[in-house]
Design a protein around this ligand. Structure first.
Ligand code: SF4
Length: 342
């Protein structure tokens, strides 16, 4: 190993693109969710604290005078570390990078609720002041179906712990995660839980079923019916409509989402979000298909891009070609195109 090598994990949240990445754990301590392949084949491990500290100083030497204000602790769950070890890592980080203002990590409800409120407070005071929570759904049925290994109760408890400790929180929700079978519960109970938690930020993702996953098997067996693009948008409309006590940021930042312009602040932008979805709903069926295809083949970033006649015509030619070959299968084509994006 040369002087400047340090470990990097395979993932980080998109919002941490400019952050210092330090790996405290390897893989996911659960690794059983039916839709997830993030850490496929990787055994979970908590890295020895001395190794992590060595990495911090190696990163310091590697980046020389670069100043970082944010740091993300990889991989799946830093809260599985002994509190004393985590505090040791956080203190070392602050020594090496004194300009850090935010240190963040994924945290599973199970590991956070094993910490006492005093431990959570000490962790936050030592610098880990931002939590990424992969809640995905507030519905017990959907969480069970997806084998998430968490319940709405444990999610609520862990997020209360984090908030009381002073941590900021970003919560991820996956549209379509209940399929057609549980769509109503998914929306209703997710909105209810989000209203209770009131996270600082909500990030929306749209389900794309990865081939080879347990979820894909359910789809093949007819036990899970994926939502179409329009149905996922309807879920989002209902979700936004039902968010009545959320006063945080709401965002569709991932390319897998259809309407990337649904970003802003709740409750101020709620009417604007709903009006944007209404705008899509009021378009002709052909224009809706044109837009969906244009998003999935990377022509459009937002609805307004359809005003570009050249772009519109190019997408329309491709749409006509697909419809000629698969007249009744357009939703299936969109489904497959979305699969290619993950
Ligand atoms: S907890 Fe997160 S990382 Fe782990 S398997 Fe589930 S979705 Fe994947």
């Amino acid at each position: 190993m040369t002087q400047y090598q340090f470990q990097q994990g395979p993932i980080r949240p998109p919002s941490e693109a400019d952050s210092l990445l330090i790996r405290t754990t390897q893989g996911c301590p659960w690794n059983k969710c039916k839709f997830c392949t993030l850490f496929e084949g990787m055994e979970f491990a908590i890295r020895p604290v001395e190794e992590i500290k060595k990495d911090i100083w190696a990163a310091k030497a590697f980046y020389k005078n670069r100043k970082f204000e944010t740091c993300f602790l990889q991989d799946g769950d830093s809260f599985t570390m002994d509190t004393e070890d985590l505090l040791d890592v956080l203190n070392t980080l602050k020594q090496a990078f004194p300009e850090l203002k935010q240190i963040s990590s994924y945290g599973r409800a199970q590991s956070m609720t094993k910490k006492s409120p005093e431990e959570m407070k000490a962790i936050c005071d030592a610098g880990l002041n931002m939590l990424y929570c992969g809640m995905e759904s507030g519905s017990i049925d959907v969480l069970k179906l997806m084998k998430k290994g968490i319940t709405p109760k444990s999610i609520l408890k862990s997020t209360e712990f984090a908030k009381q400790a002073g941590m900021k929180m970003m919560t991820f929700i996956i549209l379509g995660l209940g399929g057609k079978e549980y769509s109503a519960q998914h929306v209703e109970e997710t909105a209810a839980l989000l209203n209770q938690i009131n996270p600082d930020e909500i990030r929306i993702l749209s389900l794309a079923v990865k081939p080879g996953t347990e979820l894909d098997e359910l789809v093949q067996n007819g036990e899970f019916t994926p939502l179409s693009e329009r149905e996922m948008l309807e879920e989002q409309y209902q979700l936004i409509s039902k968010l009545n006590s959320v006063t945080g940021n709401y965002g569709n930042y991932q390319g897998i989402n259809l309407l990337m312009e649904l970003n802003g602040q709740l409750p101020e932008d709620k009417a604007k979000f709903l009006a944007t979805i209404d705008r899509f709903n009021m378009m002709s069926e052909n224009d809706q298909n044109n837009f969906i295809l244009g998003r999935r083949i990377h022509y459009y970033a937002a609805l307004k891009d359809m005003d570009n006649q050249l772009m519109y015509d190019s997408v329309q030619r491709e749409l006509n070609r697909i419809q000629k070959q698969n007249a009744d299968e357009l939703d299936n084509v969109f489904y497959q195109l979305r699969q290619r994006m993950i």
